[in-house]
Design a protein. Structure first.
Length: 364
């Protein structure tokens, strides 16, 4: 019973039959694909403590909360203290009544080295989970877990090893050597991936229920598919497998793009990535939620323009946008969110709250 809330909150839209066996509440479900397509997202459940107690006694008289889940996020200042990070994340969560907490990775990864030639990629270094930098993020996770309680799913953001290399050494440098010396770049990215794999394990052990993985470098015009499959994909999967292989841990896959490439990405390349929820920019990729439902086997997160109504629109416009998304997509296998992180000046928690309320209140 310890993780019943989390399992139900993982958006794996469960069957209606429950069985009690050896004092454990067992949820019978098939594959993610079958669940996402067979069940209704409005059966998303918020179990109270007394619900858990009734489950433990074998009662299946549960109160259904008839709603679509929703979640949004944005970046914070990189010079925030640990407590400021905890406070700001909890302010967003409590003010808007969202259904998950997604922790931003706004502190840089501690990667060191200088790239002046191809050989330098073999000698870069990354601090491990015994570092002050990791301890800082782990403390944020533990602090948010303490504040939010056990009944909320918490996801820690992870940037891919290629993106981490880009942030450290510069995108131009990374792309130059990716074309000229791909074996050297692969060796350097592997060093980063090995370290971030341990960071991912540490994040989950610190109390995160899963990873929000920002998968980049699949932009149109950046790599040919065979290059991407050799240089980028293996290290994405190395990180994603951590949560996939741990019991009751989950992956949210965010397919992200860069402004230099107009944010346009080969979304189809990520079809078989292990994910429980998948998110991409509908507006930038001209790839609808309905198309995504046909391509991916995961439940879907998103639909709203991250630079549109939820940032600077009216409350009525937000309600209409949410309604339009759900009217078109339906209520199976979806969590309302934005194309990406909400970006812009004067982000309004009231507007985000309106979007969350519109999702929760939706009726066909």
């Amino acid at each position: 019973m310890e993780k019943i809330e989390n399992i139900l909150r993982n958006f794996l839209f469960y069957k209606q039959s429950f069985y009690f066996f050896e004092k454990k509440f067992i949820i019978l479900f098939s594959t993610v694909r079958e669940l996402c397509k067979a069940e209704d997202s409005r059966n998303f459940r918020r179990l109270e403590k007394d619900d858990k107690e009734r489950a433990c006694t074998g009662s299946n008289e549960k109160e259904q909360v008839d709603m679509i889940p929703a979640g949004f996020w944005f970046h914070y200042k990189s010079d925030y203290t640990v407590q400021q990070m905890i406070d700001e994340h909890m302010k967003l969560f409590r003010t808007t009544d969202m259904d998950i907490v997604k922790i931003m990775q706004d502190y840089p990864y501690p990667i060191s080295g200088k790239i002046t030639c191809a050989d330098d990629w073999y000698h870069i270094q990354v601090k491990g989970t015994d570092s002050e930098e990791f301890a800082k993020m782990a403390e944020i996770i533990r602090g948010i877990r303490k504040e939010a309680g056990k009944d909320v799913l918490i996801f820690q953001t992870m940037f891919g090893p290629f993106k981490a290399a880009s942030m450290t050494f510069g995108d131009d440098v990374l792309m130059k050597y990716s074309k000229e010396a791909p074996e050297a770049v692969a060796a350097g990215v592997k060093i980063i991936a090995d370290a971030l794999e341990e960071w991912t394990k540490g994040y989950l052990e610190a109390g995160a229920d899963g990873i929000y993985y920002s998968a980049q470098f699949g932009e149109i015009g950046r790599f040919e598919k065979n290059e991407w499959e050799e240089l980028v994909r293996p290290y994405d999967l190395q990180i994603l497998k951590v949560a996939e292989e741990m019991p009751e841990k989950y992956n949210i896959l965010h397919i992200c793009g860069e402004p230099e490439y107009q944010f346009e990405t080969h979304v189809e390349w990520f079809k078989n990535y292990p994910a429980d929820l998948i998110n991409w920019s509908v507006k930038d990729n001209h790839f609808s939620l309905e198309q995504g439902r046909e391509l991916y086997s995961s439940a879907i997160l998103g639909g709203m323009n991250n630079k549109g109504n939820v940032l600077n629109g009216s409350e009525d416009a937000i309600r209409e946008e949410v309604k339009g998304i759900l009217d078109a997509f339906g209520t199976k296998g979806i969590m309302i969110g934005a194309d990406c992180t909400i970006q812009g000046e004067n982000i309004s928690l009231d507007l985000i709250k309106t979007a969350v309320e519109a999702a929760h209140a939706y009726k066909k």
